[in-house]
Design a protein around this ligand. Structure first.
Ligand code: NAG
Ligand code: NAG
Ligand code: NAG
Ligand code: NAG
Length: 418
């Protein structure tokens, strides 16, 4: 009991410290940007040109960021919230004549109370009841949208599942593997996927910060559903719908967690060497996984929800790679299948419908590098240098490992990965 209280106090202090830290980072960023804008507008303009390889991105021009940041607190209500609606009016069209807009405007979806009278439902655990009651609620409106993100040809879109409170993880990812850049003429763009913070206290504290963070970086998509474990599948389906709507010109998608190490260099090397142009879906694939029936396990699934002995092959959600065409086809399937509480298994079910078998690749380590957590290999930069994804690294470790791997690291031999 005492221990619990201690933990709780630690947690409170930790939360407070992280909020203060974030505010400090935000303030610093604003100060830095402000001084660059005021002191050397020419430099920033050139910077904008370089980033977009000759094209200035919207939002990268000095006036834009200068005015934008100064007027944020006044403008946030006007600018941030109606963004999704503002684009509705323009309503550009894609090749297949889908209007390019997020067309869900109401969150009004009531619980399916039909279930309450059924015995199998009554026997479910609370969290599964909650899941079943709202399983039919498929799409929610957007709070923060970036319809402009996929403009032009994009080679690689990095999609990262995150939650409002994990700003420190996003901060490090932006500085390391999630950096938006052009490599050999190929554009890389990054987006974070968020729902609503799950506790009321967090919502009050963090929503404004998330909006501010997005105002600075313009890399957050946020939907109006609660960020909970079972709602991760909603994040998957919402992303697929979003991608289908806005991103006709994206070649490849990397999708992963916000606590992984990723080597963009190795992703490029892999993509350039692969001879599979269609139906590319590669990751840490598990074949013939059995649903977990132990109630205390995080991934427990009652028989009432899934009664087959095996799951279809699926890639660990920590990080996988797919081609844009397949992602657009996955949208159609995900839109028709009943939602399943485990997001990566759900995607495996969708692939099965498309008769696409995901490819297992040893450079994706979403279930850990080696089984023994204390093994020295978990800290060995030469291993990371030859990997594509490694789970799991928290911000300080990620930054440290990133710096090691990208230093003059001498490895006796690149481990064969491709
Ligand atoms: C939400 O749904 C309920 C029940 O379907 C309905 O009574 C109510 O009017 C709806 N509210 C809005 C704002 O649409
Ligand atoms: C609930 O039951 C009624 C009557 O059987 C049915 O018409 C309705 O579609 C059901 N609602 C849902 C959400 O399944
Ligand atoms: C998922 O999000 C919706 C919308 O916020 C919420 O009603 C529902 O309870 C959430 N489901 C779970 C299982 O957390
Ligand atoms: C398995 O689940 C399906 C779909 O929920 C159901 O139709 C079928 O009767 C179940 N089979 C057994 C053996 O429980």
């Amino acid at each position: 009991m005492k221990n619990k209280m201690n933990n709780r106090n630690h947690w409170k202090v930790y939360k407070r410290v992280s909020v203060v830290f974030f505010l400090a980072v935000v303030a610093l960023t604003v100060v830095q940007r402000g001084s660059i804008n005021m002191g050397a507008p020419f430099q920033l303009e050139r910077h904008g040109h370089m980033d977009a390889s000759g094209r200035v991105e919207p939002g990268a021009s000095p006036e834009d960021s200068y005015q934008g940041i100064k007027s944020f607190w006044k403008a946030s209500k006007r600018q941030l919230m109606p963004k999704a609606r503002a684009t509705t009016q323009k309503s550009r069209t894609t090749e297949d004549n889908n209007p390019r807009t997020w067309d869900v405007t109401s969150s009004n979806c009531s619980a399916n109370l039909n279930l309450s009278s059924q015995d199998w439902f009554k026997s479910l655990e609370e969290n599964f009841k909650q899941f079943m009651l709202y399983r039919h609620c498929r799409y929610f409106p957007m709070h923060i949208n970036h319809p402009e993100k996929c403009t032009g040809d994009i080679y690689l879109l990095m999609i990262i599942k995150s939650v409002a409170t994990q700003h420190d993880r996003r901060e490090v990812i932006r500085k390391t593997w999630g950096k938006e850049q052009v490599v050999g003429g190929k554009k890389i763009k990054t987006l974070f996927l968020l729902g609503k913070p799950s506790s009321v206290a967090e919502r009050a504290n963090h929503q404004k910060l998330v909006e501010y963070e997005d105002h600075i970086y313009r890399d957050i998509l946020q939907w109006d559903f609660l960020d909970s474990f079972f709602n991760l599948t909603l994040k998957e389906t919402h992303f697929l719908k979003w991608f289908h709507t806005y991103c006709p010109g994206v070649r490849y998608v990397f999708k992963g967690d916000d606590d992984v190490f990723v080597s963009v260099e190795n992703i490029f090397e892999f993509l350039e060497s692969t001879n599979r142009a269609k139906n590319l879906f590669v990751g840490d694939v598990i074949f013939k996984a059995s649903p977990i029936r132990k109630k205390e396990n995080k991934y427990y699934i009652p028989l009432a929800l899934y009664n087959n002995t095996h799951y279809p092959p699926y890639a660990g959600g920590g990080g996988f790679l797919m081609d844009g065409t397949l992602a657009r086809r996955l949208y159609w399937v995900a839109d028709t299948l009943e939602l399943y509480p485990i997001d990566d298994v759900f995607l495996g079910m969708c692939l099965e419908v498309l008769q696409v078998t995901p490819i297992k690749h040893n450079a994706f380590k979403t279930f850990g590098l080696v089984k023994n957590k204390n093994s020295k290999l978990n800290r060995e930069p030469c291993f990371f240098k030859s990997m594509i994804v490694v789970h799991k690294l928290l911000p300080p470790d990620l930054l440290h490992m990133w710096n090691l791997v990208n230093s003059e690291l001498v490895c006796s031999q690149k481990v064969e990965i491709l």
